[in-house]
Design a protein around this ligand. Structure first.
Ligand SMILES: NC(=O)c1ccc[n+]([C@@H]2O[C@H](COP(=O)([O-])OP(=O)(O)OC[C@H]3O[C@@H](n4cnc5c(N)ncnc54)[C@H](OP(=O)(O)O)[C@@H]3O)[C@@H](O)[C@H]2O)c1
Length: 328
């Protein structure tokens, strides 16, 4: 089979990736083998190219977000997957991935794709969609909360988070860079802040009568998370996806606030079976939202398998709004 690999431990750049012919993976009793139809590209893919994982053997097959057809099932198959089932999943980054014609994974994290949802659509809501879902529906308590700031609304996580927050009837503010604003408008956030030309803190305080927002989803990083503390209301929650603020000089408890975090793939790494099962539950929820048209497509570019390296480069260079999907 064709696979996009990091050939050796020394390769740490996207231009060192190679397409190689590898054997189709053998499965263990609790795994399934999938023929890939579409895969999603994520920042974690290029981060792994430069960072690698200590458990990898080489050549290592890259890719975490998979949508395809079941072609083999193991003897342990409590979810009763059948050959030909259309499935999708976010896989374990410490193992060989899905930028290949075939990939295997543990049955636990796998969900069925609803009939009316394409492989491409399914692949577009995995790492990013499940992170947004986990932030809003697993970590934050929405009771009594009215407002949310979602950073990077044009990103894979942000554009799904805006939609989930609107479905949850929150008032949504989002930060977007100037040239991506028009694309984000389709998701109908209540207010878009152009973070390149506006002062986000000042704007949030203006928009909330000086109170701040109840909830924040931060996919930007710890520096922005530090600034978020001044934007967060009493009893608010700050969801950090890419690093926490320093709290040494901040009285979190006086404000009744929480700082939360998401590490989606950590479920695999920590062998927490109920949380691995929950990856499939969240995929299923997102699949149903797509099937019922409550969630709108964020796919902005569909490329061929061979073009994945240039797609990853575009993602790294922040050229993309929404999501790039590769098909076979
Ligand atoms: N912890 C986890 O489990 C987890 C899971 C998923 C993703 N992540 C991480 O979360 C981050 C976002 O993922 P993604 O899939 O949404 O990436 P993405 O699709 O590449 O989107 C990133 C977005 O951030 C915007 N951006 C950059 N700096 C910004 C700033 N200062 N303020 C507002 N927006 C800014 C970029 O647009 P402009 O450059 O045009 O502004 C881009 O639209 C990545 O670092 C990813 O690795 C973590």
């Amino acid at each position: 089979m064709k696979a996009l690999v990091i050939p050796t431990p020394e390769i740490k750049q996207i231009n060192g990736l190679k397409i190689q012919d590898l054997a189709i993976p053998d499965i263990h009793e609790d795994e399934i083998l999938v023929k890939l139809h579409a895969v999603g590209l994520n920042p974690v893919d290029f981060k792994l190219v430069s960072g690698h994982h200590p458990n990898w053997t080489y050549p290592h097959t890259l890719g975490l977000d998979a949508a395809g057809e079941v072609i083999k099932v193991g003897s342990i198959n409590p979810k009763h997957f059948k050959l030909g089932d259309r499935v999708f999943y976010h896989s374990d980054l410490s193992k060989d991935g899905c930028f290949a014609e075939y990939a295997k994974t543990n049955y636990r994290c796998v969900a069925k794709i609803p009939d009316s949802v394409s492989y491409q659509e399914a692949a577009s809501v995995l790492c990013n969609g499940m992170t947004a879902y986990s932030a809003i529906h697993r970590k934050m308590n929405l009771t009594g909360k009215k407002t949310i700031l979602i950073h990077a609304g044009a990103g894979g996580v942000g554009s799904i988070a805006i939609q989930l927050a609107k479905i949850a009837q929150l008032k949504v503010f989002t930060t977007v860079s100037t040239h991506k604003i028009d694309w984000v408008k389709q998701f109908k956030p209540d207010h878009i802040i152009d973070y390149k030309t506006e002062d986000t803190t000042q704007k949030i305080l203006e928009l909330t009568d000086g109170v701040g927002v109840d909830l924040i989803v931060n996919t930007v990083g710890p520096e922005e998370a530090q600034k978020d503390l001044a934007r967060l209301a009493y009893n608010g929650a700050l969801m950090t996806i890419v690093g926490e603020p320093k709290l040494d000089d901040y009285n979190l408890s006086a404000m009744g606030q929480s700082v939360l975090s998401v590490n989606l793939g950590g479920a695999h790494q920590h062998n927490n079976l109920s949380q691995i099962d929950d990856l499939a539950v969240m995929a299923e929820k997102l699949g149903n939202l797509l099937a019922t048209k409550k969630l709108h497509s964020i796919i902005t570019k569909t490329i061929d398998f061979d073009e994945i390296p240039s797609g990853l480069k575009d993602l790294l260079d922040r050229k993309i709004s929404g999501k790039i999907i590769a098909t076979f």
